[in-house]
Design a protein around this ligand. Structure first.
Ligand SMILES: *Cc1c(COP(=O)(O)O)cnc(C)c1O
Length: 402
């Protein structure tokens, strides 16, 4: 296949499907009775590659997915993904024909939107979004008559109703009380609707943190995203997480050139200054691939031969320099690990998130479309590249130094 010639060429994501399967089992063990996973595969499955991830999840018996945008639903269908696909966000009326054409389920983001969707004139599957406190999308849960009206709209096939928790990630007492009130308001509404004859098959309110921290809130689906990919938003959350989660993604790149730097600077603005005789390696990954530019000038490091190589100077759009002065035997053509493990060292999505003052969700979901995605046997230790098996030598080097 022609695609293969690009695999692992310059910068790529390795997906441990073992880790994904493990996380699915770990999260399924926490599901409340009658609840199934509805994985969030929006933003290209948080940067992992939606088609590969959804394909693997389908094999594990997952029958429902959620995405943010109609284009994401269309892309999954074109890749052959079956089952329900719920669009969590707004779809513009010009794109309504795609809903039927690709059998996608649309969220009703509020009462006015329900009328617009209904006036399209053809039947659409919908889940009604309900606002229980986040104040983002969803019809406010107080006005039951307007929600009942949606059930009676001729072209809306109401198959579900859901809400989203917005303070379910802390142990703070106020947040706990708020979250429990959200749950209460949601289930009270569902009960009242039923008494008014407005019955829909599915009701759901949990996402990753909800499932971990409030499984008692129940529902027919848990819309798990970040946890499924084996991390939580912050390291502290990950450390107190009751599920044993394993990161699915590693990010690798190629060393393209190694050069000596006796004195002076390197990179844009000559922002790297050699304080000693140095060796600098160029990597074929940059901020356009989703490597945050805020990792420049030593804020972040990559792993080469099981050792940390600090980022030297400013990250470029397509390339990055690293300081390999303290790492013996660095050669062009070999691999550097940006997220993942090399020898006994590792760099995690938590590290990148902390170094750039954000959460793992942002770091992962911004990994660019230019990165190849490839499933690997875990542990993803041995990488076959155009220059041979590179990581094998890395491991050997590591032992010879000890
Ligand atoms: C993104 C999203 C999810 C998934 O959230 P995670 O915290 O990643 O599990 C679930 N529901 C809605 C409405 C979302 O927008």
């Amino acid at each position: 296949m022609e695609k293969e010639t690009f695999q692992m060429g310059r910068a790529w994501i390795e997906l441990s499907m073992d880790a994904l399967r493990h996380n699915v089992a770990a999260l399924r063990a926490l599901l409340p009775p009658g609840c199934e996973l509805m994985p969030a595969v929006k933003a290209d499955a948080y940067g992992h590659g939606a088609a590969l991830i959804a394909g693997e999840l389908s094999q594990l018996g997952i029958r429902a997915f959620c995405v943010a945008a109609v284009s994401e639903g269309v892309a999954l269908r074109r890749q052959g993904i079956q089952g329900a696909i719920l669009i969590l966000g707004y779809t513009h009326p010009e794109q309504f024909p795609l809903l039927a054409q690709y059998d996608l389920t649309q969220t009703v983001v509020d009462y006015d939107y329900a009328k617009v969707l209904n006036s399209y004139g053809r039947p659409v599957r919908v889940h009604i979004g309900v606002d229980t406190g986040m104040r983002r999308l969803g019809e406010p849960c107080g006005d039951i008559s307007r929600i009942c009206e949606m059930f009676r709209m001729e072209n809306l096939r109401v198959e579900g109703i859901f809400s989203h928790l917005c303070a379910d990630d802390t142990e703070n007492a106020d947040d706990r009380a708020f979250t429990l009130r959200q749950g209460e308001a949601f289930w009270k509404l569902v009960g009242e609707l039923r008494r008014h004859g407005c019955v829909c098959p599915k009701a759901h309110i949990l996402s990753s943190y909800g499932l971990l921290n409030y499984p008692e809130l129940g529902g027919d689906y848990a819309r798990a995203g970040i946890a499924l990919y084996g991390v939580l938003s912050t390291r502290a959350d990950g450390q107190r997480c009751k599920a044993d989660l394993r990161p699915v993604l590693s990010l690798k790149t190629r060393i393209t050139s190694v050069r000596e730097l006796r004195r002076g600077g390197a990179g844009y603005g000559l922002a790297f200054r050699a304080a000693r005789d140095s060796r600098i390696a160029a990597l074929s990954i940059g901020y356009a691939d989703g490597l945050p530019r805020a990792l420049s000038c030593g804020a972040g490091s990559v792993l080469i031969n099981g050792l940390k190589a600090p980022i030297a100077g400013r990250i470029c759009m397509d390339q990055t320099l690293v300081d390999v002065t303290d790492i013996p035997d660095v050669r062009a053509g070999e691999t550097a690990t940006v997220i993942g493990t090399s020898g006994s060292e590792s760099v995690s999505a938590y590290d990148l998130a902390e170094q750039t003052n954000t959460i793992t969700n942002e770091v992962l979901s911004r990994l660019g479309a230019r990165l190849e995605k490839t499933p690997v046997q875990s542990p993803p230790e041995f990488v076959v590249g155009p220059y041979g098996i590179s990581a094998r030598r890395a491991v050997k080097n590591q032992y010879s130094r000890k």
